[in-house]
Design a protein around this ligand. Structure first.
Ligand SMILES: C[S@@+](CC[C@H](N)C(=O)[O-])C[C@H]1O[C@@H](n2cnc3c(N)ncnc32)[C@H](O)[C@@H]1O
Length: 257
């Protein structure tokens, strides 16, 4: 056993969210092949390692992309992914906050699970603030792909107490309310879809399974106890808290005047 080996982080995730290969392929078709004119610029807000942006760039020869995020490990993974696909000259992964970003505007703006990155506003106002920023960041005729949390149904008091600290029923909107907010911010919803249970289970399992395998192989590692406590807490938050209650909506939004 190598006691200096740290637990792995997110190595089994393709996307940092509940997104299947099929849904991602459909999004790419809608955002590129069916778009006229073809997009030339992509901006990925809170990009992480920017997997969807890289796939969009592969599908759109000549387009360039910028991803911004605070997490340098994830950005490095994005740069390595770009290098491996021959996209290094066409994409930049920049470590900076998206709050009041001076990047953009771009023809395609992605904001997947990262609306909180666009402002200092607290939930639920962060969604309106993010939509306002996204409206400013997209070019006329462009598209925004927003991946945003919503409640499938109001959470019970017990479910809320099992979620993250200070979780509240007013934190998110329902799906209809979320789409209404997008319309009020100057968009029309071109496509409305939501992550299914299979996508959530794949995401949540992949989120933790590398760590679970590591724990099984390193039961006496100095970091084993705190790591086990962390994954136990997260699993409970999911299974007792937000499973089947919190959804993730993917809204393809067209800016209108
Ligand atoms: C759930 S992850 C989603 C990553 C990516 N969009 C994806 O779908 O694979 C949310 C990301 O937002 C980033 N983030 C949080 N606050 C941010 C900020 N102020 N500016 C830029 N990125 C931020 C986090 O570092 C994290 O990578």
């Amino acid at each position: 056993m190598d006691d200096t080996t740290a637990p792995p982080r997110l190595t089994r995730l393709t996307f940092h969210g509940p997104l299947s290969e099929d849904r991602a392929a459909g999004m790419i078709r809608r955002l590129t092949a069916q778009a006229a004119p073809a997009p030339t610029t992509v901006l990925d807000i809170g990009c992480g390692w920017g997997e969807l942006m890289l796939r969009l760039l592969e599908a759109t020869p000549g387009a360039t992309g910028v991803g911004i995020d605070l997490n340098e490990d994830d950005l490095a993974r994005g740069r390595a992914g770009a290098e491996a696909r021959g996209l290094a000259e066409r994409v930049r992964f920049v470590q900076e906050s998206a709050v009041d970003t001076t990047q953009g505007p771009a023809d395609l703006v992605l904001c997947l699970g990262a609306s909180h990155a666009l402002s200092e506003a607290q939930p639920p106002e962060h969604t309106t603030a993010a939509l306002r920023a996204l409206r400013r960041l997209v070019t006329p005729g462009g598209r925004v792909l927003l991946g945003e949390a919503f409640w499938h149904r109001p959470p019970t008091r017990g479910e809320l107490s099992a979620m993250w600290p200070d979780a509240s029923a007013s934190e998110f909107h329902d799906l209809a309310g979320l789409v209404d907010l997008a319309v009020a911010a100057g968009f029309r919803p071109s496509w409305i879809e939501t992550a299914g249970r299979d996508e959530w289970e794949h995401f949540e399992s992949a989120y933790q399974s590398d760590v679970e395998e590591w724990l099984a192989a390193h039961p006496d590692h100095p970091l084993a106890k705190e790591t086990r406590d962390r994954v136990d807490r997260h699993r409970s938050t999911w299974l007792r808290g937000y499973r089947d209650v919190m959804g993730l909506a993917y809204l393809t939004l067209v800016p209108v005047s």
